[in-house]
Design a protein around this ligand. Sequence first.
Ligand code: B12
Length: 291
Amino acid sequence: MIMGSNLKYFNSEDAAKILGVNVSTIKRWTDTGNLECIKTAGGHRKFLMSHLSSFVERNKKKNSKVNLFTLESEEDIEISYRILKGDYQFLHEYVLKQSLQCNRDKVQQVFNGLYLGQYPLHFIYDIIVTPVLHRIGYLWEENQLSVIQEHLASQTIKDCIIRLQGIINIPEGNEEKALCLTPSNELHDISLKMVDHILEIRGFTVLYSGQITPLEKIEHSFDAYRPNRLYISSTTPDSRERLRRDILQLCDIAMERNCDVYVGGRSFDFLEIDHSAIRRRLYTFEEVNRY
Ligand code: B12
């Protein structure tokens, strides 16, 4: 909540969420003078960032694992607050900036904070990760980033996505098994990694063969692992004809084995493929979660 100039005031509910305690605890702490605040004419407590940060500073040891993540600086409190408020515009800018500086810890903090703040994984991928990656691509296209900067930033994001998976609750496996791959010289696999995570949360066992999966003798793997779903991701093929051939080959192999095929990625905008093994083209991670 912004009141006047640049001063930001938090109310008791905000302070409670940020510090990871009940509102009644906030009241007690202010009454005992442990946590500073400003009282309005109406008797409401208002908190400045400095009130919260000096409290966190003084209570670092006993309070080091409050709420979403370790709160040790004003920046941490700011991020926690933006996450709780769902300020995606701010979070985009922040993740973009931190990924361009290769600050894994900062990017990770946002991803973990969102997840621990009860945002569904598909939402984090659709609303934060995808637009930031698109922004990186746009900056590169506009010559505002060099290709190495683009690599470093997108790799930072990919690494943080993979680490996020480490804190996610994966349910007992169900009977479903999914094979995830990108065919035909395709290096873009961040979408596929996110698909993998969402399927794991749904209880799938995931077989991830990732970038540029060789199709030679791939039917042996279908027979050995018996996936009942195949997820194919393709973003920018070096040869449309080859991609078309690869997808048709995969669909034939899948169909013979009662394996449903799901496809995603911008290559499918121009690739007109009609094969009865293909159940759906998926556009968002919310759809990956739903179907
Ligand atoms: C990161 C990145 C790379 C990384 C990839 C790293 C990795 N491990 O993935 C690296 C640096 C290797 C790379 C290489 C190249 N890249 Co690149 N790259 C990007 C960037 C910045 C992000 C891609 C990404 O992950 N996006 C995030 C995903 C989530 O978004 P999305 O791709 O739009 O996918 C959405 C849906 O399609 C869907 N989806 C996608 N796949 C799947 C799969 C399934 C199963 C499902 C269910 C859903 C789904 O989910 C998303 C949600 O909407 C994009 C910019 C952009 N606009 O995306 C360029 C971009 C994709 N790259 C591009 C290009 C041209 C290349 C290169 C050819 C460059 C070059 N000359 O070398 C090479 C290709 C090399 C190769 N053989 O594949 C172009 C593609 C242009 C085009 N129209 O084809 C883009 C758009 C950049 C640009 N603005 O020009 N790239």
